[in-house]
Design a protein around this ligand. Structure first.
Ligand code: SF4
Ligand code: SF4
Length: 90
């Protein structure tokens, strides 16, 4: 019987955080765009973002696109519709 060395067990790709995989900018298909004048600073997007990609900035937020995987959760959770996703490379 073949013994499985614990060092050979790899964590599935989907379970890794964006930081572990490397910069998300290399594989993300869309990116969030913020309309500052619509942002109320409620921080709901910051609360639900699964990555450390939304940074409180004064009474608004800004994105760290090196950590953003383009999931669109921020767009879905922003009630004032201040965020929209844009296809990369356009
Ligand atoms: S959820 Fe929308 S309004 Fe609230 S902080 Fe984020 S971008 Fe601004
Ligand atoms: S697209 Fe996803 S990872 Fe990027 S800022 Fe929005 S919620 Fe966070």
């Amino acid at each position: 019987m073949t013994r499985l060395d614990s060092r050979e067990i790899t964590v599935p790709y989907a379970w890794r955080s964006t930081r572990e995989i490397s910069s998300a900018a290399s594989w993300r298909s869309q990116r969030p765009i913020l309309e500052l004048d619509k942002c109320t600073g409620c921080m709901v997007c910051w609360k639900f973002c699964p990555e450390p990609a939304i940074i409180p900035d004064g009474k608004k937020v800004r994105f760290d696109l090196s950590a953003c995987k383009g999931c669109g959760v921020c767009e879905e959770t922003c009630a004032p519709r201040a965020i929209h996703m844009e296809t990369e490379g356009l």
